[in-house]
Design a protein around this ligand. Structure first.
Ligand code: GAL
Length: 384
């Protein structure tokens, strides 16, 4: 039964008075659940895709942590297909979800769902990717996404040995041939990652330390629709044949996500890049990443990929659960950022988590000691 129908007159008065105290989200009537126990409340969790292992981990972590709190959970994946996600969220609303946690495929494609959620007083938590162009986003949980891009650029420079403030021991002056990749343009995060990275790289492009032989430096030129590994591989192949057929070598690749990094590395390997110790004449460039996906952690351990950015999805899930719980108890979740994430309609109160750069030497301390991956999983390059 929908929450609205279940609302008693007394509950309505309570809801109104709590709303007047500032409780509830943009959907506002969220406090009409504050007299219900967790067992009576259900939460819809909508995730983009199962092709990336990080979203599988996110889905599992959110579901199990919500269930631990006693909530009933509907978790759905949308195969990176926008109509599928819209339809899944529609269904969660009609089936009476009391709160929604959504990691959008396309940040601008869920407006009618968000309007419907607001009309039914269902609070919406935007998970990792900001939902844009709609005022009915009640809260945002994510990482410091600009800082991710900065960390990726610094990891690239550290790998190259370029001297800069963040790599004070570096002595290399270049010039280095570097190519840039970005994520999906419909994902708000892709812009933050790229802007963060370019805030560090642009001055070095301008002074000639870094050379982008393809000339492709705008996010529209380097973006990767839906973050597809194959698309990145294809673009890297095209870059190699188009801009490096004169015998010059790629020294570094800015990649914003491990899945893309693996596609890029495959293209490079197919073109003869690899470990020089094995007789190859073309050293594998410094390739960055993000998400600490297990296949990439193994590549880092093997010295193939240079770095990744670790974002602890367990902690992100925890923040999503804390926010959902607050809304369902008629409270406002605590934000630690109320400035950065303007979704085009409003600045969405956010809780942002910090990120960590992982090179080979950090795998043990950052990923294994924290229990994110076991040493066996790292060796196997596969989650158990
Ligand atoms: C982004 C996310 C990244 C990465 C990417 C591809 O939205 O912030 O961590 O997972 O999607 O899935």
């Amino acid at each position: 039964m929908s929450k609205k129908l279940g609302l008693t007159a007394a509950g309505a008065v309570l809801a109104l008075s709590l709303a007047a105290c500032g409780g509830g989200g943009a959907g506002s009537g969220t406090s009409n659940n504050s007299d219900k126990s967790a067992q009576d409340l259900s939460i819809g969790v909508s995730m983009p895709t199962q092709t990336s292992e990080r979203w599988i981990a996110d889905g599992k972590a959110v579901k199990s942590q919500l269930e631990k709190e006693g909530y009933t959970v509907t978790l759905q994946y949308a195969n990176d297909d926008i109509p599928t996600q819209s339809q899944q969220v529609d269904q969660m609303i009609t089936q009476g979800a009391d709160a929604l946690i959504i990691a959008a495929i396309d940040g601008t494609a869920l407006s009618s769902q968000l309007d419907a959620a607001a009309a039914a007083n269902i609070p919406v938590i935007s998970y990792d990717r900001l939902i844009r162009d709609n005022e009915n986003v009640d809260f945002y949980v994510s990482f410091d996404n600009f800082a991710v891009g900065v960390a990726q650029a610094n990891a690239l420079l550290t790998g190259l040995g370029v001297k800069n403030d963040n790599a004070p021991d570096g002595t290399a002056t270049g010039p280095f041939n570097v190519e840039l990749f970005a994520g999906s343009l419909d994902d708000n995060n892709a812009h933050f990652f790229f802007d963060g990275a370019m805030s560090i790289l642009q001055p070095l492009i301008d002074d000639g330390t870094l050379v982008i032989k393809s000339g492709e430096t705008k996010i529209e030129q380097v973006a990767t629709l839906r973050w597809q590994q194959e698309t990145a591989q294809k673009r890297m192949e095209d870059l190699l044949t188009g801009s490096y057929n004169d015998g010059s070598l790629v020294n570094g690749v800015l990649s914003p996500y491990d899945g893309l990094s693996r596609g890029i590395i495959t293209a490079l390997q197919n073109a003869g890049y690899g470990p020089t110790t094995e007789g190859g004449a073309k050293p594998m460039p410094i390739v960055t990443g993000q998400d600490a996906e297990i296949a990439s952690v193994k590549l880092i351990d093997d010295g193939v990929q240079s770095s990744t950015i670790f974002k602890d999805t367990r902690k992100l899930a925890e923040q999503a659960v804390i926010a959902a719980k607050a809304f369902l108890e008629g409270k406002t979740p605590e934000a630690n950022d109320t400035k950065t994430y303007d979704n085009g309609k409003k600045v969405v109160p956010s809780f942002l988590l910090p990120v960590e750069t992982v090179f080979k030497d950090d795998i043990q301390t950052v990923l294994v000691d924290s229990g994110y991956w076991t040493a066996e999983e790292v060796k196997a390059g596969q989650a158990k």
